[in-house]
Design a protein around this ligand. Structure first.
Ligand code: URP
Ligand code: ZN
Ligand code: ZN
Length: 472
């Protein structure tokens, strides 16, 4: 592969801001030096004057072609990873699924097959354990050897992916033994089911009732409970897609006690609220996801940003799980499955292409987080959390040349027309954000430049991951 020199940019890592030239040989970064203070020659020279040079984004929570809610997430591995690249994300970790009554390894192999040869960027898997049996626990050990070192369990979705407390605890004991990380979807699914049923009986069928029937206490209670079980079992626990400030307070308290407890939030919880869910003509369905977006008046968004600043939340992922409103050639009017009954709206929204722009805007553009912290929550900590650092998540000699050149003076308008996800709406339609992506490189190959995609299906490789690198 040719050599590339990125000249005159400002390189941003989680800890440094430096005017520097970056030399890339093949797939790796081989040199970083003060601008011009070297005799480097390269086949390709990219001028990054006035631009930031970020590590490629790492999105550790995506669901390409997930079967869910009676349909299938509309992005497959090909379209979803290509869209990720357009948005400055160069690595994803998706979720393989063991459905109830099936074997863990069968689910893992099925997802490996879906992804192999189709991804534009590097990818790994977490494993959803939907049926904690003796056999499933044994297969968790096998997966650790395959580089699948994190396992998601649900206290939500009774009858679908739900595990009772005993099952959650058994999986946690297994993780404590084999070095894995437990990821928790923490909502009290049993109580939520009662509230949903009662709402439907009262004729409350609109999308807003999805959020009303999942109040913050159902997230906070489940978070408290799974943190307690993880402490008892002695495993690291990572609570996914957190939206309620009361729930994050539980993670903060656990961390203060010295527990290996971690929390993730997503752009939808930092930017969307009940006004979106109340959009007329069933428009609110576009924003139905679980945990739900929260009522802005209750201060959740401000609290989540503060928790990101204080490292009580460590990661911003997307939980990318798109479903079309009106118009998918194969999958049809997916969100409309829930017209007249909000409990039937497929849960999830698109975001893999939007995350880096939206978080840069809210964090740096609007002055909530530093440049270093932006890199930390979107790339460096995700890499450390899931055993990919330093190959991924930073800019240093010897790391993969996964790089985003970002123009802080440009602006971008979020819109379905300019995005590449296989879905018929953008959750942030019309929002003007500060900064824009100029160039995206993955393992030394330019995937995006001058508004063109230069990658190919199959550029991405499977990543065998190590264990969590943030343990105390
Ligand atoms: O609404 C969501 N979050 N859909 C995806 C599945 C999950 O729970 O992560
Ligand atoms: Zn979940
Ligand atoms: Zn998810």
């Amino acid at each position: 592969m040719p050599t590339t020199l990125i000249r005159n940019g400002t390189v941003i890592t989680a800890t440094e801001i430096m005017d520097a030239d970056v030399l890339i040989d093949g797939e790796k970064i081989v040199g970083i030096a003060a601008p011009g203070a070297h005799g480097w020659k390269a086949d390709n020279v990219i001028d990054a004057k006035g631009k930031y040079v970020f590590p490629g984004g790492i999105d550790v929570h995506t669901h390409m072609e997930l079967p869910f809610g009676g349909t299938l997430a509309s992005d497959d591995f090909e379209s979803g990873t290509r869209a990720a690249a357009w948005g400055g994300t160069t690595t994803i970790i998706d979720f393989a699924v063991q459905a109830f009554g099936e074997q863990v390894m069968d689910g893992y192999e099925a997802w490996m097959e879906k992804a192999e040869g189709n991804c534009a960027i590097d990818y790994g898997f977490h494993m959803i354990v939907g049926d904690v049996t003796d056999q499933a626990l044994k297969e968790m050990d096998i997966l650790m050897g395959e580089g699948v070192t994190s396992f998601k369990l649900f206290t939500a979705y009774p009858g679908v992916l739900y595990s009772d407390d005993g099952k959650v605890f058994r999986a946690m004991q297994k993780a404590a033994e084999n070095g894995g990380t437990i990821m928790m979807h923490a909502e009290n699914g049993m109580v939520i089911d009662v509230l949903r049923e009662q709402a439907l009986q009262r004729g409350e069928t609109d999308p807003i009732h999805h959020a009303i029937t999942r109040p913050p206490v159902t997230e906070a209670e489940a978070t408290h409970r799974v943190l307690a079980y993880a402490e008892l079992a002695g495993c690291p626990v990572y609570v996914v897609h957190m939206s309620a400030k009361e729930a994050v307070a539980e993670v903060a308290m656990a961390r203060d006690r010295g527990q290996n407890a971690f929390g993730e939030t997503c752009p939808q919880y930092l930017f969307l609220d009940w006004d979106n869910l109340r959009e007329p003509d069933f428009g609110g369905a576009k924003y139905v996801c679980s945990t739900p977006v929260r009522d802005r008046d209750q201060g959740h968004q401000d609290a989540l940003w503060r928790y990101l600043a204080t490292n009580d939340l460590q990661v911003v992922s997307t939980d990318h799980c798109p479903f079309c409103m009106n118009d998918h050639p194969k999958l049809g009017r997916q969100k409309r499955l829930g017209e007249g009954d909000f409990t039937k709206i497929p849960n999830g929204l698109p975001g893999v292409e939007d995350r880096m722009r939206m978080i840069y805007h809210g964090a740096v553009g609007e002055g909530r987080l530093s440049l270093n912290r932006f890199v930390e929550v979107t790339a460096t900590t995700p890499a450390k959390m899931f055993g990919l650092f330093p190959q991924k998540g930073t800019i240093a000699v010897g790391t993969d040349a996964d790089i985003v050149i970002f123009d802080p003076k440009a602006t971008h308008v979020m819109s379905v027309g300019s995005s590449h996800m296989d879905v018929d709406y953008n959750a942030y339609e019309g929002k003007k954000v500060q900064g824009d992506i100029d160039l995206v490189m993955a393992r030394g190959k330019v995937l995006i430049s001058d508004g063109e995609y230069h990658g190919s299906k199959g550029d991405g490789r499977f990543l065998k991951r190590g264990t969590c690198q943030l343990l105390v």
